[in-house]
Design a protein. Structure first.
Length: 50
């Protein structure tokens, strides 16, 4: 969360102990996944219908 906030995106937040990702703010840089000490965050590419 700190890396995302300091990177200027503010796409991650905690809600009742659960990590929430604001997809509109996330640019997919994967900094959060790289710095997560638990390896609990992974990014996947979304595929559209069409």
């Amino acid at each position: 969360m700190i890396a995302c906030r300091d990177g200027g995106y503010h796409a991650l937040s905690l809600h009742e102990g659960t990590l929430v990702i604001d997809r509109a703010r996330c640019d997919g840089c994967s900094l959060c996944a790289h710095v997560c000490p638990e390896g609990a965050i992974t990014l996947t590419r979304e595929t559209g219908n069409g």
